[in-house]
Write a protein that binds this ligand. Structure first.
Ligand code: 9PG
Length: 757
């Protein structure tokens, strides 16, 4: 089978397949399907009856070849391979049928498995020493990134933290073995690569396993765990569909996978990205009703253009008792929603719906709702010293009474006026245990619980997942937290060491995932990078660190959530806050550097200009050159350094004289030089002139007409280039929502003040 970019060969004699890109940069020879039974892997031995047909797929019309494969057992595998004209990969689907006389327990289905033997080859481009594999990480807070093949990853030391951060069915890392949940990608920076990722997540938890000899891959498989599903004689069952992509040099295979996955799972990605204020990172569990009311009034009075106020953890009497109140909320939460809505905001509420505190009435009254371990004891899902009772149990996500209770909780929240729900600690829904319905696989069990919440919250509600297993959440949430908690300090090495993974709350831990999972944004859901903590009181973050946090969140395009007591924000930080709003309606391109997380995000704006962010998350200073050619500029280009507020020449872009200090970043707007009037820089928004400038037109007598549109009160500076002039024109403006101005080349700073009020 052949597509525009790919060639696929099937050898029926050995049931093995070969795929290569036509430029011969990447190839996999000798892969095939496997079934896992009794802990052993059985590879298909031969294939017959290959059938070819034309089918409609989420990727458009495709050719589908299906074949029946024999195994050593009384199990037949049916493998279907789909290739569409427009894609750089294939979709693989594997089903298993019991052709024997007795029931069989199926451990897992692997539509793809490859091992380095004989002429089985995995050909990748680039220096093997520079090769990286992508680890997705199981849930929102699990570290994600691009890792070296010859390193052994750490896993949490404490059993409870392993349950929290690692997929229950994903093997732990060991020497020479890596595993990634949902998807992975293999490539050297700037080279062609290979990506593998499940594009459906309806029933089963999925992972990719990779064995290595030093820096070289020696085996690779993609597995959907069927959890010992019992298959009666004559019965057939299908696993999850897998994407196998051959990525062109520089192509982000994770972005390509996410695109395909989003289409297959009918994801619900809203057009507009919310901007919010969240009570957590200033008030934590000590939050009170007056705190939230005061913040709401402050944000309304100052006309901060955010749309949502979200009350976080702290209002409930105990986790699980969502209708009983903490002392700080004597009148409950309905009046708060009322106040928030009356001030013109959407009201958001935090819930940890799948957890119940040991001290909650819910746990006491409904012991049968709790997920049980095989010894009959309730499954502990979290110990949190800040919560009443400290120990929390996981609810059984398949218990019918739990499901109707979840639905009721969500309906009550909506009735109270909250239609933005941050659903937290959702990993509890896939913890292993004895469930009411033992036949439902973990993915389906979890999805059932979220669907119950959706029924209660309603179709129009905005559901934000947090601490959530990523794969089984796809298609159910408008937005998803994609990293661990940020914090008003940069790093927390002692806590990280204690955790055994870099997932303790800290700015750097959050940012690593914002960069590593940036490609999921708008393809699977809206990414929530966590809050922009900007204050200069009650914080250990210095100016560089605040800038890196703010710029990374902004350029990621994800939710823009503020979390400072607005009373405590200095004027300078208040101005920074307004430059983050509204969130950018773009998905950045991600560029892999030397580190574990990408160190560059860039946005190509519709006007042809590019915003590029380079970050230095490391603890030492580092040069961060910017390469206009790699960003698509052919001729000469003007650069505006957003933080330094000045124009840069080419040498300053490509060979900065100063390295970027530890934890710092460069944020630069690049505009091609041409014969038109152009806005090179702007201090109105962090995106500089790439956003908020609706149009720039040359007018008569060398004048220019500029239309600005940015919600809220705006005050700042525009830097323009006029044809035929080497000096830039700087204009100070002040307006609300919109401004049209006509101006002339002056080259003089503070040329004039314009206001439409
Ligand atoms: C509220 C917070 C915020 C935050 C969430 C989540 O392991 N732990 O004890 C643990 C506590 C809190 C936490 C994550 C882990 O943070 O990410 O935004 O909503 O809950 O409690």
């Amino acid at each position: 089978m052949e597509g525009p970019r790919l060639r696929l060969r099937i050898d029926p004699g050995t049931a093995s397949l070969e795929i290569e890109d036509k430029t011969r940069r990447v190839a996999v020879r000798g892969f095939g399907p496997r079934v896992i039974v009794g802990g052993r892997a059985f590879r298909a031995t031969s294939a017959r009856e290959p059938r070819s047909e034309s089918v409609q797929t989420p990727n458009g019309p495709a050719t589908r070849i299906s074949m029946r494969c024999s195994t050593e057992l009384d199990l037949e595998l049916e493998l279907a391979v789909e290739m569409s004209e427009s894609t750089s990969g294939v979709t693989l689907e594997l089903a298993v049928e019991n052709t024997g006389e007795s029931a069989q327990r199926i451990g897992a289905l692997e539509p793809f498995s490859w091992e380095e033997t004989g002429d089985c080859e995995l050909k990748l481009e680039g220096d093997p020493g520079a090769m990286r594999w992508y680890r997705m990480g199981y849930q929102s807070w699990t570290p994600a990134g691009w890792l070296r093949l010859d390193r052994t990853e750490r896993r949490p030391r404490i059993g409870l933290l392993r349950d929290l951060y690692c997929g229950p069915l994903t093997p732990f890392p060991r020497r020479g073995f890596h595993a990634s949940d949902c998807a992975t990608s293999l490539r050297a920076p700037g080279s062609a690569g290979l990506s593998l990722g499940f594009v459906t997540h309806r029933n089963y938890l999925c992972h990719i396993g990779l064995s290595c000899k030093g820096p070289r891959p020696s085996a690779l498989y993609a597995q959907a765990s069927l959890e010992e599903h019992s298959l009666a004689p004559g019965d057939r069952t299908v696993g999850e569909r897998l994407w196998l992509g051959l990525d062109a040099a520089g192509e982000d295979g994770i972005a390509t996978w996410a695109q395909h996955c989003g289409r297959e799972m009918n994801v619900r990605v809203p057009d507009t990205t919310p901007s919010a204020w969240c009570s957590w990172y200033q008030f934590f569990t000590r939050v009170t009703a007056p705190d939230v009311v005061r913040a709401t009034q402050h944000l309304a009075d100052q006309k901060i253009p955010i749309d949502t106020i979200q009350l976080d953890d702290g209002f409930q009497a105990a986790v699980g008792d969502w209708r009983e109140w903490d002392a700080g909320f004597p009148d409950g939460i309905a009046p708060i929603a009322k106040e928030i809505r009356a001030s013109g905001f959407r009201a958001g509420l935090w819930l940890a719906p799948l957890l119940v505190s040991r001290a909650s009435n819910t746990a006491r009254e409904h012991p049968d709702w709790l997920l049980r371990r095989s010894d009959g004891k309730p499954r502990v899902a979290l110990i949190n010293k800040d919560w009443k009772g400290k120990i929390c149990y996981a609810l059984d996500p398949t218990h019918p009474e739990v499901l109707s209770w979840l639905e009721r909780i969500a309906r009550r929240a909506r009735k109270d006026g909250f239609d933005y729900l941050k659903l937290d600690f959702l990993y509890a829904g896939t913890l292993p245990g004895e469930r009411y319905d033992p036949d439902l696989p973990s993915g389906a069990a979890y999805r059932g619980a979220i669907e119950a919440i959706r029924r209660g919250a309603g179709k129009a509600a905005f559901l934000l997942g947090c601490g959530a297993p990523l794969g089984p959440s796809i298609g159910l949430f408008e937005a998803m937290r994609i990293g661990p908690d940020v914090a008003p300090y940069w790093a927390s090495p002692i806590a990280d060491r204690l955790f055994g993974v870099k997932a303790a709350p800290s700015a750097v831990n959050g940012l690593r995932n914002v960069l590593s999972r940036a490609a999921l944004h708008r393809r699977l859901w809206l990414n929530d990078p966590d809050c922009a903590v900007l204050r200069d009181e009650d914080t250990k973050l210095d100016t560089n660190e605040v800038r890196t946090l703010a710029a990374t969140i902004a350029v990621s395009g994800g939710l823009l959530v503020l979390s400072d007591d607005p009373d405590k924000l200095s004027d300078e930080r208040g101005r920074l806050q307004s430059r983050l709003l509204p969130p950018l309606p773009f998905v950045p391109e991600v560029t892999l550097g030397e580190g574990e997380s990408p160190d560059q995000l860039s946005i190509a704006f519709p006007d042809g200009s590019v915003l590029v962010l380079r970050v230095n998350l490391s603890d030492s200073s580092r040069a961060l050159p910017i390469d206009p050619v790699a960003l698509g500029f052919e001729g000469s280009v003007s650069g505006y350094d957003v933080w330094e507020d000045r124009l840069l020449d080419l040498a300053e872009l490509t060979e900065p004289s100063q390295p970027e200090p530890a934890h710092g970043c460069r944020l630069v707007h690049l505009v091609a030089d041409n014969d038109e009037v152009r806005v090179i820089g702007s201090t109105l928004h962090l995106a500089s002139g790439g956003f908020g400038v609706e149009s720039v037109r040359s007018g008569p007598e060398g004048r220019a007409q500029v239309d600005l549109a940015l919600r809220g009160e705006r005050r700042g500076k525009l830097i323009l280039a006029f044809p035929g002039r080497t000096d830039a024109t700087r204009v100070h403006v002040s307006f609300k929502d919109r401004l049209s101005l006509e101006l002339e080349a002056s080259g003089v700073e503070d040329a004039f003040e314009v206001s439409d009020r």
